[in-house]
Design a protein around this ligand. Structure first.
Ligand SMILES: *Cc1c(COP(=O)(O)O)cnc(C)c1O
Length: 340
């Protein structure tokens, strides 16, 4: 199948399977897994943080960060479209008694600094305590500008807030800008990174932070059932994800560009080509097209999409240039039979 639904569908590489097969392992809850320890030390060092924590998912890494930064009755400011507000089941509220303060995302994915400033609550018994600003990069495939990161960091600092990055796809943001991942992560007190999306590990994310934050997060991780035993089996693949798969993301970005240009040339699809900056594109579909029927037709041709009035298409390692061409060909065939 040519699967455009998400980069989470990527299969682990042969090198990852080999590394998993050979990994030295121990009980990570005792701190005994040499492969997990090596991964955590390596990424902490590489990205300039005291410590790192290997987690089962990006959702878990974000939740641990929120619960480690905030206490019961605190709040975090985030984007209305933020994954850790909209797509994580309300975990911070349910499990952390932490209130989100969502604010509109601008067209470029940023949250206006003036909006953030206005949302920070004064020290008053009527209000939740504003503790944290949480940003996401990339967000909807868009890269936050570097100067914005510096501005958000100083705004947070000047108001006594910590600043977290949901960097599920921070590697895509770095590659798109030709900068190192650490050039982005240096602006944050904590960062979560998904290794199981475009970076192709089967399972796992990383949380970065200082000693105290990661110690708290480690405690919450155990309480939430995320203390894994011989987790080195997973960390072995995760290590290859972060060391060998980052540069390759440029191919995914290129394929997304090609796809965006092809779709934009079709009258049934509306794509804002300049906003396609990484491996994700959004295409508004003409009203007269039945997107469910289209998805069913494509599936019969070996192509998977998530049907919607706005289609989200994601490129990744298991979609080649030829696969993009096949998709466009099949789409044109379908349209020639269903022109309104
Ligand atoms: C996928 C994603 C997550 C969550 O990661 P999972 O491993 O799926 O739990 C968090 N934030 C963003 C921006 C994501 O895209």
């Amino acid at each position: 199948m040519i699967d455009f639904r998400s980069d989470t569908v990527t299969q682990p590489t042969q090198a990852m399977r080999d590394a998993m097969h050979k990994a030295s392992v121990g009980d990570d809850v005792y701190g005994d897994d040499p492969t997990v320890n090596r991964l955590e030390d390596q990424v902490a060092e590489r990205f300039g943080f005291d410590r790192a924590l290997f987690t089962s998912s990006g959702t878990q890494a974000n939740l641990l960060a929120l619960m480690a930064h905030c206490e019961r009755g605190d709040e975090y400011i985030c984007g209305q479209d933020a994954h850790n507000y909209k797509f994580e089941g309300g975990g911070a509220a349910v499990l952390g008694s932490i209130q989100p303060q969502p604010l509109s995302n601008q067209a470029d994915g940023t949250i206006a600094l003036a909006d953030i400033k206005a949302a920070i609550k004064p020290d008053d018994i009527h209000f939740a305590r504003t503790r944290l600003l949480s940003l996401e990069n990339t967000i909807g495939g868009k890269v936050l500008p570097m100067e914005y990161l510096a501005q958000a960091q100083s705004l947070a600092f000047n108001h006594g807030l910590k600043i977290h990055l949901d960097g599920a796809r921070v590697a895509n943001a770095a590659v798109a800008q030709g900068v190192d991942i650490s050039d982005i992560t240096q602006h944050f007190d904590s960062v979560s990174i998904c290794l199981s999306k475009g970076l192709r590990a089967p399972i796992g994310s990383i949380l970065l932070g200082d000693e105290r934050l990661i110690a708290k997060a480690r405690r919450w991780r155990k309480m939430l059932g995320g203390g894994m035993r011989q987790a080195g089996i997973l960390a072995a693949a995760a290590e290859l994800a972060i060391t060998t798969e980052v540069e390759r993301l440029a191919e995914d970005h290129h394929n997304a560009q090609v796809l965006a240009n092809e779709l934009a040339a079709l009258s049934e699809f509306d794509v804002d080509v300049p906003s396609v900056q990484t491996n994700m594109l959004f295409a508004r579909v003409a009203e007269h097209l039945d997107v469910h029927q289209l998805a069913t037709h494509l599936k019969q041709q070996g192509i998977l999409i998530s049907p919607g009035r706005t289609l989200r298409l994601v490129t990744h390692a298991d979609i080649s240039r030829a696969d993009v061409a096949t998709f466009i060909h099949q789409l044109k065939q379908y349209l020639s039979l269903h022109r309104g």
